[in-house]
Design a protein around this ligand. Structure first.
Ligand code: ATR
Length: 277
């Protein structure tokens, strides 16, 4: 019987996950179907009921997207360390009546930077803007990549500090406000993980953080040249990228976790890439 998978979110109309997993399944010759489900926003337990009904009907796994990542976290029987730290999950596996939860967003981001963009993070100075859910998911994979220094800048400095304190034993992480960045020199990699680009805004980052030989990475996908990427380009940065590679790589991680086979990602990334300008 064809194994069933799905992505659940609300709204879900714009999801690329069925296309991505469909291409992976074709390439790796897996007998599986992957659909999109618009999850119910209320009543409170309706989301969990929908997930359980999918699993009870023989579903093997799900991706979870906004606004359900915290609810999926709460209903899981077992969570990975990454998911625990993120406080959110983006992938579920249904096994022997249990719900196992993972968060592949951060590891997908690291793979995109290191493998696809060819920028090993070891020994590099890395600046991350923001301290929300996206950053929570990325911190452990980032520190595992052994940067020389990982600086977290956020408007709400206390929030950044609290987040960094949770992983301080894992590597050289520090936090600051945007006003402190001018004095901190250039970074090899600057990642915009704030939600500013979703509203066309620019985090108050000074152009002095960019290095012409470095890379500026925008987590948002398909927004073309966001104010952040434009700032980086104007500062002379040659390597600029958006989150399309991360989107595909996190999907590949989930696919491998579910199916035990790792799909190739290059052609899928190329297919989904929206030119930056
Ligand atoms: P949550 O904290 O609910 O997970 P998120 O959407 O994942 O929220 O995170 C939003 C992040 O984008 C936060 O780090 C936020 O900064 P503050 O914590 O200081 O509020 C950041 N953010 C959003 N808009 C921004 C802007 N215009 N400039 C700078 N940072 C911004």
């Amino acid at each position: 019987m064809t194994d069933q998978y799905a992505v659940i979110g609300n709204p879900i109309g714009h999801t690329k996950s069925p296309l991505i997993h469909g291409l992976f399944a074709e390439e790796t010759q897996q007998d599986m179907a992957y659909t999109a489900i618009e999850g119910p926003l209320e009543p409170e337990q309706a989301f969990a009921d929908t997930v359980r009904a999918f699993a009870d009907a023989g579903g093997k796994g799900m991706n979870v997207t906004a606004p359900f990542k915290l609810k999926a976290f709460a209903m899981a029987d077992k969570r990975s360390e990454r998911a625990e730290l993120a406080g959110a999950v983006n992938a579920l596996k249904f096994e022997d009546g249990r719900i196992i939860a993972e968060n592949f967003d951060g590891i997908g981001l690291v793979r995109d930077i290191e493998v696809n963009l060819g920028l090993p993070m070891a020994g590099k100075r890395v600046l991350v803007l923001g301290a929300g859910g996206a950053v929570r998911g990325a911190l452990l994979p980032f520190l595992a990549a052994r940067p020389a220094e990982l600086v977290l800048a956020n408007r709400d400095i206390a929030k950044g500090r609290a987040l960094a304190a949770q992983v301080s034993g894992r590597g050289p992480i520090s936090t600051c406000g945007y006003g402190d960045l001018e004095a901190m020199g250039r970074f090899d990699l600057v990642v915009n993980a704030t939600s500013a680009s979703l509203t066309g805004d620019l985090p108050p980052v000074p152009p002095s953080v960019f290095s012409p030989e470095g890379t500026a990475y925008e987590l948002a996908y398909g927004k073309r040249l966001t104010p952040f990427l434009r700032l980086a380009r104007n500062a002379g940065v040659r390597g600029i990228a958006d989150g399309v590679g991360m989107l595909v790589e996190q999907a590949a991680e989930a696919f491998d976790w579910w199916r035990g086979v790792r799909p190739a990602t290059r052609a899928v990334i190329d297919r989904l890439t929206v030119p930056l300008d």
